[in-house]
Design a protein around this ligand. Structure first.
Ligand SMILES: [Zn+2]
Length: 402
């Protein structure tokens, strides 16, 4: 359906743009679009911070040696943007954050008492896609990941997976997606394709099955869908148009801890090999925005809308009171605008509806006299309400993310 195309919606709602000078696949986010990105990220961070995640920050480039050690220099060779410094040193733009994050973990010996370490960061990664494949937000060269890596002991894997599973469920549940879960397992017919002992694989895969059962999840097996370095859980969301999107992944990684020799010192004072879990909740903010725009037909919930309320005065004489209302909304932290054009009310309403603004507050003679505004939501007119009641209603809806 064309009206659900996120490229069209993104332009109509003024969320993002592309420039020939900057290049295809490199979206530029407008002030409105940036609000959507930040609100999504804030939501994920709220969910994560409750569970002991900590923020980290890394540079966008690295010396070649990091990716040689991680294996990405070979494996990702065609997708890497490479940079040569004036002294001839080779760097690369990061296509993922995990190798950098391992070096934060490795900065000092970690006691088992400090485990797990949970690092989260929302940052862009860069992958060199062929320009023929680029379009909209679904194939881009600059990808914003809400990335997280958990460094934990094998016996902590269960709880860490379960935490991320809950976060994924809460995040997508908010938007009304139903989730199916693919347990991406190794193929026992080709053991040589996988890193790590069969016992470790058996333990890891059984852990995933246990959690799926505990969560009462709608799961199916993907035999042979595992990464070579560990099994994973892929969450598939069905949108309002009945299409299925792969939205979030939790991956177990037994490879990078080997390559970077990541250990903790256990209760016996021994070096104990740890495991890593990669967990992006939105997948990428670009793809997540595209999926959400199409799923919701552009009708973002109030908490996520760049403009949450618009005040419309019927005539110029009502503008001073309309301005007072705008002040009250802003004071309460609601993103509001006032239409100051001399257009007719009909035109003002049409314009606000094209921008899919969730709430309109109309002000005329009666409203000025009663100190009210006539509130209109997406479903239709709600009625004349005191300003304080409107503020309270919107605040409640925003806080609860309904
Ligand atoms: Zn990762």
């Amino acid at each position: 359906m064309e009206e659900h195309d996120h490229r069209k919606l993104g332009q109509e709602l003024d969320l993002f743009t592309f420039s020939d000078l900057v290049g295809p696949g490199l979206p530029l986010w407008t002030p409105r679009g940036t609000i959507v990105r930040e609100e999504l990220d804030k939501f994920v961070w709220e969910l994560r911070s409750k569970h002991g995640y900590e923020r980290v920050a890394i540079p966008h480039i690295t010396k070649r040696e990091l990716y040689e050690k991680s294996g990405h220099w070979d494996k990702f060779a065609d997708d890497l943007f490479k940079i040569t410094s004036r002294e001839g040193r080779q760097y690369a733009l990061k296509p993922m954050n995990c190798p950098h994050h391992t070096q934060i973990f490795a900065r000092k010996p970690m006691s088992y008492r400090e485990m797990p370490q949970r690092y989260a960061e929302t940052t862009m990664v860069y992958r060199d896609e062929q320009s023929g494949e680029l379009g909209g937000l679904t194939r881009v060269l600059s990808i914003t990941q809400d990335d997280a890596h958990v460094f934990c002991r094998e016996q902590q894997m269960h709880d860490e997976f379960a935490i991320i599973w809950d976060i994924v469920g809460q995040f997508y549940g908010t938007f009304g997606f139903s989730l199916r879960v693919r347990l991406s397992l190794h193929d026992p017919a080709t053991p040589e394709k996988y890193l790590g002992s069969p016992e470790r694989w058996a333990t890891a895969e059984q852990t995933l099955r246990d959690i799926a059962k505990e969560k009462n999840a709608d799961t199916f097996d993907g035999i042979g869908e595992a990464n070579f370095y560990g099994p994973k859980v892929d969450f598939m969301a069905t949108d309002s148009l009945g299409r299925q999107h792969q939205v979030a992944t939790i991956q177990l990684d037994m490879n990078l801890p080997e390559r970077f020799d990541l250990v903790c010192i256990n209760e016996k004072g021994e070096r104990e090999r740890i495991v890593m879990i990669h967990a992006a909740i939105t997948g990428s903010l670009e793809r997540c925005s595209a999926v959400l725009l199409e799923h919701l037909g552009g009708n973002l919930p109030t908490w996520l809308s760049p403009v949450q309320a618009k005040v419309l005065a019927i005539a110029d004489t009502h503008q001073p009171f309309a301005k007072d209302i705008l002040g009250a909304l802003k004071e309460a932290g609601i993103r509001a605008e006032l239409d100051t054009s001399g257009d007719t009310l009909g035109k003002k309403i049409r314009e606000a509806k094209t921008m899919k603004i969730p709430y309109l507050l109309v002000v005329g003679d009666q409203e000025v006299a009663d100190k009210t505004a006539t509130l209109e939501g997406r479903a239709g007119k709600i009625g004349a309400l005191p300003i304080a009641d409107i503020v309270a209603k919107l605040k409640d809806e925003i806080t609860r993310r309904v």
